[in-house]
Design a binder for this molecule. Sequence first.
Ligand code: NIG
Ligand code: FE
Length: 411
Amino acid sequence: MTTLFKNIKELIQVREKSISFLSGKEMNVLPTIKNAFLVVKDGLIADFGEMKDCPNTTFSEVIDATGKMILPSWCDSHTHIVYAGNREGEFVDRINGLSYEEIANNGGGILNSAKKLQATSEEELYQQSKARLEEVIQLGTGAIEIKSGYGLTKEAELKMLRVIKRLKENYTIPIRATFLGAHAVPASYKGNKEGYLQMLIDEVLPIISNENLADFIDIFCETGYFSVADTELILKAGNKHGLIPKIHVNQFTAIGGVQAGVKYNALSVDHLEEMRDEDIDALQNTATMPVALPSCSYFLSIPYTPARKMIDAGLPLALATDYNPGSTPSGNMNFVVSTACIKMKMTPEEAINAATINGAYAMGLENEVGSITRGKKANIILTKPINSYGFIPYSFGTNQIEKVFLKGIEI
Ligand code: NIG
Ligand code: FE
């Protein structure tokens, strides 16, 4: 099966050689080919170039992209799309003046979602989650990470991870699974955080490892949730089972979680709304990708990750949604890219790099997706007719996507 996309107004994020990620000034360079062609063969990118060099052999399918652009699908490296029910009641509570912290202390927050999820069957959880996966695929996401963390019991955490595994098996989109048992201390372990962590380590991790249920390990390293010492304990335990760290840090307070992440070779450290100079320094010249989640800042009205300061200091940055029922009930990467430009003062080039190749790296998928490179999966977005790629973030709230393709197949 071969597909030719011809007359592409601009082919975006073209990388002749596979790269792992972009940092600092490199992030402001987005290579493109104007008036381009793209050939997809058996689901992979086989060739691309200027229209004058377009091969005139026969193809199974030819798509004329006159006036339209093609870019690699968004790589959303941080989501919690497996959850049960919603929390729109808390949304109204926050409008009426309660903080995220006050809501959590009143029995809302993560524990509220855990109660709902524990009472939901695996089949029903799968159905609710698959609807969200299909929704974000239509919004241009072509690789995704999904976390557990709304179970908070052995059974419910495994239920979440099995749902993710089933999604992996049933969908073409690359999915990475993360074990986030240490998301909050459940009510049944109130006052016994150590006991809860030990249960995760002794009872849940071995099953995850045996059944191959996760790629990564995560923890909510935050005042009132888990400490840096808890983080080190969990990352070490995950490491024994081959799980790579990707952690929640510096969302509300900076307590040294970034340093712990770097120490344990985290693939990414995510949130980073509160960044001290020493946190930026700790990330210099490491393989740990900082990940910003601007939709979370938007929804909770908390500070945005200081992207400008970080990129100007030479760091890389990835962008992801954080799609979850509490802090970010939205999985729209187009909105993330817009908001990064509007509120974090990232250029369209920086934001698109952050949401494609750097996001791919934050999932360990940089050799499969994230750029228009020969041999990578043809997970691509075909835009509506637009004048420039800057129009995508500029026209915030409007969907500029005409079609999405996973492994070259229109979805
Ligand atoms: O990434 N910060 C921790 N976890 C989620 C939100 C949890 C919730 O409120 O349900 C996040 O923002
Ligand atoms: Fe999150």
